[in-house]
Design a protein around this ligand. Sequence first.
Ligand code: KMH
Ligand code: ZN
Length: 273
Amino acid sequence: MATLITVAPTGAETSKADFPALPTTLEELVETAQRCEHAGAAMIHVHIRDAEHRPTLDLGRLTATVDALCEQTSLIVQLSTGGAVTDPFEHRLRVLDAEPDSCSLTMGTVNFGDDVFTNPWPFVTQLYQLTQEREVVPEFELFDLGHVAALHRLLDKYGLPYGGRVHCDLVMGVPGGMPGDARTLVAAVDALPAAVTSWSATGIGRTSLPVAFAALAAGGHLRVGMEDTLTFARRQPVTHNAELVERAARLAELAQSPAMATDAARELLQVKR
Ligand code: KMH
Ligand code: ZN
């Protein structure tokens, strides 16, 4: 058994001005991806920024990002279809035109701090059918137990994803979603559909470590990165995403489930290339 480590290096919520170490340019993203791959990551969950470091779903930039990451790393490239809370549905669907290996697919609406991350059922089903048509492997993002119920409903009605594997990610500790603790993780994992073949978990902010420990103890994989966690402790900021990947790889090693290589991860998720 090995642990798939996904790095989510940027996200859409943190500003470059507040956190200059956040990779927001293509050069910074590629350098981050290379260092994170070296540290043990096998997949990268990508949000991009525009020239002013603001979140964007610009198709030209997304395509250039996928191309650069595929050329300069062996990582599985997963584009976010969640984007920022302000992104319209059409732009979020258009992300698949950039031809990533994988994409995120959030299974329902959730309060998101002071905002709402909107994922109504018709959008979820449209995006899911698009992943099947375009042969992109979805990663189902589950922010709440209701999202697990929605995943049952989706798979019952629309069948398996492209590639035949079902991979999901528990996103825990978002203010408005499920808490990031061991008992919630166990409850969510117990409730997953039988068709799920692999799952990872990530804990936002200070829930990062408790969620990682619980996930490893329960046989899950890990997602880490500055999208979710910006500090190790009070006044100890993360200075590079690779530090979070290195920590995850150390934990995985201790749990006797070391970091998974990229070719094994491709096999696990059955991505196209
Ligand atoms: N930025 C959040 C609103 C995803 O990437 O699919 C949504 C998010 C989930 O990060
Ligand atoms: Zn994301």
